[in-house]
Design a protein around this ligand. Structure first.
Ligand SMILES: Cc1ncc(C[n+]2csc(CCOP(=O)(O)OP(=O)(O)O)c2C)c(N)n1
Ligand SMILES: [Mg+2]
Length: 333
């Protein structure tokens, strides 16, 4: 699938070694976290659904790092990577998957409902497209209150055929709201390829219908994603309205842990794995002399320790007391 032919024009801070290594560390953290979550799931330690973002780490990280701390994030159910990139504690995110009281949503939400007020991270939504109007509502609130906060709304290619997508983008376009719509186009919605479900498969083109700019970006290049999202965020913050960014990426694993993957060939998956966004970024950092293999391995080791500690924390944390089952359903007065 073709994307913008954009030779890496680096932003000034993208030449900064610390920033580049931070991007690498975040992407690697997501990869290891997801791999360990998959293991824990097969061991029966995680219940319910588990949707992994392995393969989509560049899109996960490039979007979130473009935000200010007080900007707001809404995302869909494939959200562990976004939460980790936002700086949510890996132990508390893992504990949420385990359904423990120490989880970010106190074990009540599980994998699909990560949230953190402190991180302006409003979920984790399971209804495809259902959160897009919520994000637009928050953007309207920011505009109405004269705040310069921007809302980032992330969803999959499957969401662009829901009514909520069209209604919400239309209102955002009419009112020039400070919201950035970022579609992680991983080419499939569950077992359905995008060309079987979308009359127009170039998602970014839909922006024209709502009078906002639309761009298709290589979602496997963290620097291109970050640059595009920063542009769109600046535009929104300056009062120039919303944008639609299509980040073309690929998930290496099934839709969820229960997916026999009969809808795509092993060869196709292998082709994409050969262009692994983490491996490619690692190579680039080495080739450009940002860090040598030893320094990158040290980051990986540190991340592995962090993830092991997160799993231990989740395992050792207490289960919620059944007597508290009705707590947190409504906001306490
Ligand atoms: C309104 C609604 N319809 C159907 C579903 C079942 N469903 C769950 S995930 C999914 C696929 C969505 O794919 P996409 O938006 O591309 O996100 P991805 O899983 O690829 O990240 C579907 C149809 C749902 N959760 N909500
Ligand atoms: Mg998809």
């Amino acid at each position: 699938m073709s994307t913008e032919r954009q030779e890496a024009v680096l932003l000034p801070h993208q030449q900064d070694k610390d920033h580049l290594l931070d991007l690498y560390r975040k992407m690697f953290l997501i990869r290891r976290f997801e791999e360990r979550a998959a293991e824990a799931y097969t061991q029966g330690k995680i219940g319910g659904f588990l949707h992994l973002a392995i393969g989509e780490e560049a899109a996960n990280v490039g979007t979130i790092v473009a935000l200010r701390d007080d900007d707001d994030v809404f995302t869909h159910y494939r959200s562990h990577g976004h939460a980790l990139a936002r700086g949510m504690d890996p132990g508390a995110v893992m504990a949420e998957l385990f359904g423990k009281t120490t989880g970010v949503s106190r074990g009540r939400g599980g994998s699909m409902h990560l949230a953190s007020l402190e991180h302006h991270f409003w979920g984790g939504y399971a209804i495809v497209g259902g959160h897009i109007p919520l994000a637009v509502g928050m953007a309207l609130a920011h505009q109405y209150r004269g705040l310069d906060r921007v809302v980032l709304c992330i969803f999959g290619d499957g969401a662009v055929n829901t009514g909520a997508f069209h209604e919400a983008l239309n209102m955002a376009g009419v009112w020039k709201l400070p919201v950035v719509f970022a579609v992680s186009n991983n080419l499939y919605g569950m077992g359905t390829a995008i060309e079987r479900s979308s009359a127009v498969t170039e998602v970014y083109k839909r922006a024209a219908a709502y009078n906002m700019p639309g761009r298709r970006i290589n979602g496997n290049d963290v620097l291109q994603v970050e640059a595009a999202v920063r542009d769109a965020v600046e535009r929104a913050r300056a009062g120039e309205g919303p944008s639609l960014l299509e980040l073309v990426t690929y998930r290496f694993r099934g839709h969820s842990m229960a997916d026999a993957e009969l809808y795509r060939s092993k060869e196709e998956v292998e082709q994409y794995k050969a262009r692994d966004p983490i491996v490619a970024f690692r190579r680039r950092l080495e080739e450009q002399g940002v860090a040598d293999a030893g320094a990158l391995s040290a980051i990986e080791k540190e991340v592995e320790d962090t993830v092991e500690a997160a799993v231990r924390f989740a395992e050792e944390s207490p289960e919620p007391d059944p007597g508290t089952i009705f707590d947190y359903i409504y906001v306490n007065p």
